[in-house]
Write a protein that binds this ligand. Structure first.
Ligand code: ZN
Ligand code: ZN
Ligand code: ZN
Length: 256
């Protein structure tokens, strides 16, 4: 398969950082690592360009990273901070002249059909996003000859997907992972996992819970994402983390 090149397009929770109207020290910080767009990831695997989720900052993220080609979109779940930017794939349609394949479980596809009804119309208005929908379930599937293993995690009441590709696993918006699914993650070299803040939360791991999962999986490296302004300043939080755990930041690139 070759190396997996990962770019963190966004590492913030649904409100982003700074959060509108917030005067806290994190939202007011001048450290660029404290500026977090809504969570999303880009993967470059053997020249295939894959985006995980298209949040409200999708356009800005594509422009910032000069991404000129998208081969597929993988969705973790249907929340707006992960889907709102789908309309902006039109640029890729325009230049690539193909429908962009998207992969999601049926409940997520239903939600996309409600939110972007015009893109699913039988007789489409000219210029609407052109997509090709692939419904997935928990079984491994092939995406452009790349084997993808869905990891089922709990996001409060929702069963949502993280994804393992080779030695890389990406999980966001989880607050619980069954042992059976942890077993699927084991052996991964790099694990990306969500950690919202220090206080507990009904639908997201807090920092202590994320570190517990990381200790169980024991990857070579772990990166924390989907971060809220309540977690604290990047520079200070990073100092408190175990040596193999890093607080991700927007624009961070790693190769596995
Ligand atoms: Zn989210
Ligand atoms: Zn704030
Ligand atoms: Zn969510």
């Amino acid at each position: 398969m070759g190396p997996i090149k990962v770019t963190f397009l966004g590492t913030g929770t649904s409100q982003g950082i700074p959060m509108i109207a917030c005067a806290c020290e994190v939202c007011q910080s001048n450290d660029t690592r404290d500026k977090r767009l809504r969570v999303s990831l880009h993967l470059d695997i053997a020249g295939k360009s894959i985006v995980v989720d298209t949040g409200p900052d999708f356009r800005q993220q594509m422009l910032r990273e000069s991404i000129s080609h998208v081969d597929a979109i993988l969705y973790t779940h249907e929340h707006k901070d992960h889907t709102a930017g789908l309309d902006d794939i039109r640029g890729f349609n325009y230049f690539q002249k193909v429908a962009i394949p998207l992969y999601a479980q049926s409940r997520v596809i239903d939600q996309l059909k409600r939110e972007f009804a015009y893109a699913f119309d039988e007789n489409k208005y000219p210029g609407v996003p052109d997509i090709q929908v692939h419904e997935i379930d928990e079984k491994p599937f092939e995406l452009k000859e790349i084997e993808v293993l869905p990891i089922r995690v709990k996001h409060f009441l929702l069963d949502i997907f993280g994804y393992r590709i080779g030695d890389f696993t990406y999980i966001t918006d989880a607050n619980f992972i069954e042992e059976e699914e942890i077993e699927k993650i084991k052996g991964t070299k790099v694990l990306v996992l969500n950690a919202l803040r220090k206080a507990s939360h009904v639908s997201h791991f807090n920092l202590a819970e994320a570190l517990e999962i990381i200790a169980k999986v024991n990857p070579e490296q772990a990166y924390l994402t989907h971060v809220s302004h309540q977690l604290g300043l990047h520079a200070e939080v990073q100092k408190e983390l175990p040596p193999n755990v890093f607080l991700a930041y927007d624009g961070l690139k790693i190769t596995i």
